[in-house]
Design a protein around this ligand. Structure first.
Ligand code: 5GP
Length: 187
């Protein structure tokens, strides 16, 4: 599970990992946010209304969900359970509040915090994306600062200085998590 401030490049790092490991599944989140240009429904997110999101919450469909800068996003539990049962690793790309819920509810989950090299670099990246108004950018930066303070309880902190290097580190973490730490003891 990968978390960390918005704009830190989680999507890019995760895409790089998945390109090299097609056996890993990515959880598609449900969100009440509006699609950005080039986002595809069912691929990047499942885009739903507030009413539909309420129904999904009420029916217990979410593994976790959170209020994220003015909207709600959540991980539907069924596809994650199906992919895990089929023997796949599943990557969730979610915010820190969601990560805390996963920590409490999924004992075997491996939590990775992706950190920017610095807050100045994070601001530069958010601005260059150019999808936010100044107000929303300020909210995202303040949220990012609060999220950075939470990184201590993650299993791993990976600094996204270069995408290739960060992706390689995440791959190594996933591979290490596959190796059983306890096996049958041989006489
Ligand atoms: P964005 O709006 O840029 O796609 O995402 C904003 C934030 O929402 C990111 O930090 C992203 O990781 C988080 N996010 C996306 N999907 C989920 C989800 O299903 N659950 C939670 N808790 N956060 C999510």
């Amino acid at each position: 599970m990968i978390s960390g401030p918005s704009g830190v490049g989680k999507g890019t790092v995760v895409r790089r990992v998945l390109e090299r490991h097609p056996e890993i599944r990515l959880s598609v989140s449900v969100t009440t946010r509006r699609p950005r240009p080039f986002e595809r429904d069912g691929v990047d997110y499942r885009f739903v209304t507030d009413e539909r999101f309420d129904e999904l919450v009420a029916s217990g469909a979410f593994l976790e969900w959170a209020h994220v800068v003015g909207h709600r996003s959540g991980t539907p539990a069924a596809p994650v359970e199906r992919d895990l049962a089929a023997g796949h690793d599943v990557v969730l790309e979610i915010d820190v509040q969601g990560a805390r819920q996963v920590r409490n509810r999924v004992p075997g989950a491996v939590l990775v915090f992706l950190a920017p090299p610095s807050m100045a670099e994070l601001e530069r990246r958010l601005r260059s994306r150019g999808t936010e108004s100044e107000d929303r950018l300020r909210v995202r930066l303040a949220t990012a600062e609060a999220e950075m303070r939470e990184r201590g309880w993650f299993d791993h902190v990976v600094v996204n200085d270069r995408v290739d290097r960060a992706a390689a580190e995440v791959e190594a973490i996933i591979q290490a998590s596959r190796t059983p730490t306890e096996g049958p003891t041989h006489p």
